[in-house]
Ligand binder design. Sequence first.
Ligand code: NI
Length: 137
Amino acid sequence: MKVTVHRKAHFNAAHRLYNKDWSDYKNEAVVGKCNNPHFHGHNYELIVSVKGEIDPITGYVMDMKILKDLIKTEVEDAFDHKNLNLQVPEFKDLNPTAENIAVVIWNKLEAQLKDNLELTITLYETPRNFVTYNGKD
Ligand code: NI
C-alpha cells in the first residue's frame, strides 16, 4: 500500500524565454510575452508529491519537516526573487520554461530523497498553466 504526501511551496522569479539563434522578431513571434528582453516575473506555485509505503514505526511516508526543509534549501533559497536566466546556474544554457524548471527541481529534490520514494513535481507558472514531471516518462 502506497500513500502520496504533498507539500506546497511558492517562489517569485523572473525569466526571459528566447532562442539565442533567432532574431528578436522571430523570438517575439514564437515566444510572445515571455520573450520580453527586460525580463518579467511569475509567482510560481509548487507542489512536491512524494509517494511511498507508510513507515510502520513513524506512521509517515516521509517526515514533512524534512521535506519542507529540503524544498527551502533546494528550491526557495535557490530560486526565490532571482533572475533565473542570470542568477541560477542550471539555466545558463537552458530556457527557464515551466517544463525545464520542473525538471530541474525534480533532479535537485530526487538527489536528496530515499530511493524507495517516488517524486512528482507540479509547477504552476500561472493559475491556469501548470506542468507535471515524475522522472519516468
Ligand atoms: Ni514568462
